[in-house]
Design a protein. Sequence first.
Length: 153
Amino acid sequence: MANTYTQVHLQFVFAPKYRASLVHSSWENDLYRYVTGIVQTNKHKMIAINGMPGHVHMLIGFRATQTMADLMQDVKAGSSKWINDNKYCNTRFEWQSGYGVFSYAKSQLPDVIRYIQNQNEHHRKHTFLQEYKLFLEKFEVEYDERYIFQEPG
């Protein structure tokens, strides 16, 4: 749309189905490059992406040309197909339904980038579920405990 100007920075957090630790270190960087390609194809800017075997964080400069839900549909569908086509998992790979998305001012980006880059360090102190609940509480997002990401059974 002509004459539409935005500055929107969003951090998305999403996990494999059942929060299984399926993202293996041998192919995680290739996954991040693939997801970055999906984000860029949709005209957004990948600022940072990283995660752990059981979840992914991505910080993007978001353009108002697409809904968040449509972007996440593209990211999850495209990347799960890519993982399955490359036979990176012994079972069929799927992302868990839902995701978290949190917005930031430009002045906050250096701290968010550092946070995303240092996932291994953060998860020595907190599980993914603890981390996720901290995000929800910090951003004052109301949630139903029945529908939050659950720890693997």
